[in-house]
Design a protein around this ligand. Structure first.
Ligand code: FDA
Length: 390
């Protein structure tokens, strides 16, 4: 005979724990099944061990989704401020690093402990080392793991996306959703380094060099640091752009975001004895300035260079076109774009429109945040939306 609960939550990660705590504190009998030996493993490694637990400016514009309106309701009903209130109620010290990104002063462990404490307050049962292998649905849901069989009226898919398989991440959420007839938006790695090939491998020579740039992919632009690596491009600006990048498309880098395209022509008047190399060396790390100058092919003093050549060089520096030949894949992706199609779910409760009692939350759903605490905020907000509806 199966143990019967009001709700079973598959996955004890950020979204699953938040959802469980909310439902438990509303008096629901909740079971969390987690395949790892402990819950919240991605929280523990997040933000370099300090967990960038939210972004104070988080709003729908910071998310990618097949339906850009889908996340609005949940994000409005559980805001970054709400999560911060919870953090502060546990006396967890925090700081804003940059661009609204909030981190623990101490350790990510504090966030996991806080969530487990909240689950305790709701008498939530958490069983680790239990990998869900089979789910059937009749009147309710029957869930089988290698250690037991459990039943519930409601089932929440909170098993995340396939990013970082070496941590055990898989596409299990998608398989389960498909089993119930829900559509999946093709998943792809996001917040991921991009790889360069062909002539652009020359940039590998400056592996380790970073610079403040404006990186653009599709219609999205990010003013942050880009880092050259031995495989291609990384750093926050590139990771952000990667979520919007499509194979075959370029990534444009503005290496001189504070200059206008005619700045070299203007500099020719002001300082004719200077050169592209010397000006770039003032704005960028020397090795990057040198490689860009060589590629631009304008080596003379500005005073001796034709305006046309300087104008072309200035424009190229503002729209340097890289043609990545791929990404470093799910192995290095911080999150996944795509997932369970939002058209299948209620934006208020995260419940399936076609299978009553079935919910999906967190990274499993086709809602993906920018770098900077936005993904956890989605996990908390979607977890609350479902937890309050179970
Ligand atoms: P999550 O992946 O957290 O949880 C899913 C859980 O389900 C896991 O515990 C997994 O073991 C379990 N599971 C999977 N299959 C199962 C099965 N069959 N049976 C039982 N359990 C199963 N975001 C952010 O906002 N700020 C940050 O600082 C960072 N930093 C960061 C660093 C790194 C290295 C990575 C990889 C990612 C981040 N992120 C981040 C992203 C963030 O970690 C991510 O968006 C959330 O963890 C998603 O929460 P979920 O609960 O949806 O999935």
């Amino acid at each position: 005979m199966a143990d019967i609960f009001d709700a079973i939550i598959l996955g004890g990660g950020a979204a699953g724990l938040m959802c469980a705590a909310r439902a438990g504190q509303r008096g629901k009998r909740v079971l969390v099944l987690e395949k790892a030996e402990k819950p919240g493993k991605k929280i523990l490694i997040s933000g370099g061990g300090r967990c960038n637990f939210t972004n104070i400016g988080a709003g729908p514009a910071n998310y990618l989704s097949g339906n850009p309106h889908f996340a609005k309701s949940a994000l409005a009903r559980y805001t970054a401020r709400d999560f911060l209130d919870l953090v502060e109620s546990y006396d967890i010290a925090w700081h804003e690093k940059t661009l609204g990104q909030l981190f623990c002063d101490g350790s990510s462990k504090q966030i996991v402990e806080m969530l487990l404490d909240e689950c305790d307050k709701g008498d939530v049962t958490i069983r680790c080392d239990e990998e869900v292998s089979d789910v059937t649905h009749n009147e309710g849901f029957i869930v089988t793991t290698q250690a037991g069989v459990y039943g519930a009226h409601s089932l929440v898919i909170a098993t995340g996306g396939p990013s970082i398989p070496k941590m055990g991440a898989t596409g299990f959420a998608y398989d389960l959703a498909r089993q119930f007839g829900l559509k999946i938006v093709e998943p792809r790695p996001a917040l991921v380094p991009l790889t360069l090939g062909g002539e652009e491998v020359l940039f590998r020579e400056i592996s380790g060099v970073s610079a403040s740039v404006l990186a653009t992919a599709g219609k999205a632009s990010f003013p942050e640091a880009a880092l050259f690596t031995h495989r291609g491009l990384s750093g926050p600006a590139i990771l952000q752009a990667s979520s919007y990048w499509q194979p075959g498309e370029p990534v444009l880098i503005d290496f001189v975001p504070n200059e206008d395209p005619d700045w070299l022509v203007e500099q020719k008047q002001l300082a004719p004895r200077s050169s592209v190399r010397s000006l770039l060396r003032e704005a960028l790390p020397a090795r990057l300035a040198d490689i860009l100058t060589e590629k631009l092919g304008v080596e003379t003093e500005l005073g001796n260079a034709p305006d046309k050549a300087l104008r072309a060089a200035g424009q190229k520096l503002k729209r340097w076109e890289f043609r990545p030949n791929g990404t470093e894949g799910f192995a290095k992706a911080e999150v996944t774009v795509g997932g369970i199609a939002t058209a299948e779910l209620s934006s208020k409760t995260m419940e399936s429109k076609s299978v009553p009692g079935l919910f999906a939350i967190g990274e499993a759903v086709d809602v993906t945040g920018w770098l900077g605490g936005y993904n956890f905020q989605w996990a908390w907000a979607s977890g609350v939306a479902a937890g309050d509806a179970l």
